[in-house]
Ligand binder design. Structure first.
Ligand code: PLP
Length: 347
């Protein structure tokens, strides 16, 4: 760190993502909750076609993708703001709604990026424990704060609360509520249909998971046009480039491929969890695209190293309450079988 760094940044070293080995290396990569399948075959040609227009800036609000997403979700285009991944949308929420010193309410555990975004924005973090069943504690609604962020399904647990329960728990809340639905396509239901009755809610989505486009960086928020305008006011000028707009548009149009990704994850998730449980692992019920399990004996760090030696990457979150667990992204059937074989678990 240099002597020029602003004082309030302290010794902050930024978000540490899961390991990204070089492309082409033969890893079974189950560590960053990516899609087990590549994106729709329509994406390549769409990107190719868009190249001819790269001398022009993209549409600042991300048209025509914004309108396509609005139609997809049954909302108006003014109810949608696009960003360079859900992460940028989340960061913009902090910029739009939290001043330095303001309290923001997070659950514990939650997506680890959120507390970093809070620190960077100078907001004060109030954490409310969330049990592994996913039910939302009263304190999440009552703790004073300008913004509350909930991941549903949660990360890294995969626990999930039905939208009706979310609405019940948050009845009477007037601050901004950001519901991160990065993993929602793998769960039974979304909070999007409840947006009409909740002008203080934003739902954040991404193409990274259920559309197989983690490498592309396209996310978006849905909500009341006034809230969306607040986020749009602070996000960068052209948050989504032309190639990404074309690719995400093609992926959105191929709902059959999207359904294949979701179906693979959902159909593989429970058998994988059951096989791990059968070998003595404690696995939290998940509605996301991963499972979080404590290996028999609790030596998550040791098991992670053993798996790595066998070419399989999984993820451990050493900070917080779940350091004795491993998060395993749901892979293809072959990858999941290889994982179990590497763990010495017969299926
Ligand atoms: C809960 C949650 N939200 C958002 C993201 C990031 O989404 P994106 O890749 O679109 O930035 C992740 C990535 O793992 C996540 O776990």
């Amino acid at each position: 760190m240099s002597r020029y760094r602003r004082a309030s940044l302290g010794s902050e070293s930024g978000y540490v993502p899961g390991e990204q080995p070089p492309d082409g290396a033969h890893w079974i990569k189950l560590n960053t909750n990516e899609s087990p399948l590549p994106p729709s075959p329509r994406v390549g040609p769409a990107v190719n076609d868009a190249v001819a227009s790269l001398h022009r800036y993209p549409h600042p609000q991300g048209e025509p993708l914004r309108s396509a997403l609005a139609r997809h979700h049954g909302l108006s285009p003014e109810s949608v703001v696009l960003g360079n991944g859900a992460d940028q949308v989340l960061e913009s929420c902090f910029r739009a709604f939290a001043d330095p010193g303001d309290a923001v309410v997070l659950t514990q555990p939650t997506y680890s990026l959120l507390s970093l975004l809070a620190r960077l924005s100078g907001a004060r973090v109030v954490t409310v424990p969330l049990d592994d069943g996913g039910s939302i504690p009263e304190a999440f609604a009552t703790a004073p704060g300008v913004m509350r962020l909930l991941c549903n399904p949660n990360s890294p647990t995969g626990s999930w609360a039905p939208p009706a329960d979310v609405a019940g728990a948050l009845a009477g809340v007037h601050s901004v509520v950001v519901i991160d639905e990065a993993y929602c396509d793998f769960a039974p239901e979304s909070c999007v249909p409840l947006l009409a009755g909740h002008p203080n809610w934003l739902v954040v989505r991404t193409f990274a998971k259920s559309y197989g486009l983690a490498g592309l960086r396209v996310g978006y928020a849905l909500g009341h046009p006034d809230l969306i305008a607040d986020v749009a006011a602070v996000i960068e000028t052209y948050p989504v480039d032309r190639l990404a707009l074309a690719a995400a548009g093609a992926a959105l149009a191929d709902q059959a491929h999207h359904a294949r990704i979701v179906e693979m994850v959902v159909s593989e998730r429970e058998p994988l969890a059951a096989a791990l449980r059968g070998a003595g692992w404690d696995v939290i019920p998940s509605q996301g695209n991963s499972v979080l399990g404590r290996p028999l004996g609790g030596d998550a760090a040791g098991v992670l190293i053993e798996l790595r030696q066998q070419g399989i990457l999984v993820r451990r979150f050493p900070d917080g309450d779940h350091g004795d667990r491993l998060r395993i992204s749901i892979g293809t059937p072959e990858q999941n079988r290889a994982l179990l074989a590497a763990l010495g678990i017969g299926v």
